[in-house]
Design a protein around this ligand. Structure first.
Ligand code: PSU
Ligand code: MN
Length: 300
């Protein structure tokens, strides 16, 4: 089992029962957002969590060490070039002393839970890919929520996934899916996928109560938060871009873990960069809600 190394601030917060929110590092690395938007995204998420009265805990593997919370002068290290580390890659990243393993949702959730952090914020969850009936490509993010004690906050799942199957998978895995003051499963850049979310919640206290009543010790839940209205992109335009980008992946043999960085790059180019402020806005907004939930859990 891993024992993550805690930052001084995270260790102090956990010792006194204060609110902590874990963040992944893939979205802030070169695999997630382009520079300098990645740096702005990180600052906005860290600030949002602090303003909400919680302590941020960025996860990463740095020089082969599993980290939960970074010291202030270390945050720059996650903005650079990275090797993507899902949960199953973490032991390898440690054994081979990777300089920077950028943790995905599955790795971050595992590290947060191992360190005793109960709330996690990200942009969009991985899920069931389109065509998964042939490729079998289902993100480890989904199972990780079923196996670790965590409240994961996201703007739904990544836009180019098969969202109906992603929701079906979460149902099969026994992961409660909640909608934050919203009836619809969000589609990342847009507020609604047109698919109803199984349960709507109105307050952080309600989420805290759900998290205390999970039926298994090591299990989590997904709290979906729609992107703020002002920053939403046009759904019809996005659909066209996604279809084209996925067709390019097929044509040029881009598969597996490489699909996300490629498609995100194409969306950025095709929307003339409008996807980037949208991505920043939803990530910050998720951090705001996650901090509120972490404070409610700490008080309850
Ligand atoms: N969504 C984004 N940008 C990202 C990711 C998701 O908008 O960079 C990352 C997250 O770290 C997520 C991972 O956990 O992609 C899922 O990758 P895969 O589909 O290979 O499991
Ligand atoms: Mn995959």
């Amino acid at each position: 089992m891993i024992t993550p190394k805690l930052s001084h601030e995270v260790a102090a917060a956990l010792a006194s029962g204060d609110a902590v929110v874990a963040l992944e590092s893939t979205i802030f690395s070169n695999l997630g957002l382009p520079s300098p938007a990645n740096s702005e995204a990180l600052d906005r998420c860290l600030d949002a969590i602090r303003r909400g009265g919680a302590v941020p805990a960025v996860t990463a593997v740095l020089d082969g060490e599993v980290r939960l919370g970074l010291e202030a002068d270390e945050h720059d290290r996650i903005l650079g070039s990275a090797r993507k580390a899902a949960e199953r890659d973490v032991p390898v990243a440690v054994a081979q002393a990777w300089e920077f393993g950028a943790t995905t949702v599955s790795a971050s959730v595992a590290i947060a839970a191992a360190g005793g952090v109960r709330v996690f914020a990200t942009g969009g969850l991985g899920g069931v890919h389109r065509g998964a009936e042939l490729t079998g490509d289902v993100s480890a993010d989904l199972d990780s929520l079923a196996r670790h004690s965590i409240v994961a906050v996201s703007a739904g799942a990544k836009a180019f996934l098969d969202l109906p199957r992603t929701l079906e998978y979460l149902e099969t895995a026994g992961v409660p899916v909640l909608g934050w003051q919203h009836d619809w499963f969000p589609a990342f850049y847009t507020r609604s996928s047109g698919l109803p979310v199984p349960h709507r919640v109105e307050t952080a206290e309600e989420v805290a109560r759900v998290s205390k009543s999970l039926t298994r010790v090591d299990s989590g839940l997904l709290l979906t938060v729609p992107i703020p209205e002002a920053d939403e992109l046009d759904a019809a335009e996005l659909d066209g871009v996604l279809e084209a980008a996925l067709a390019e992946c097929d044509a040029s043999g881009i598969t597996g873990a490489a699909v996300t960085p490629y498609v995100l790059g194409r969306i950025g180019a095709a929307t003339e960069g409008r996807s980037v402020p949208a991505n920043l806005s939803l990530a910050e907004n998720n951090a705001v809600v996650a901090a509120e939930v972490a404070v409610a859990i700490a008080r309850s």
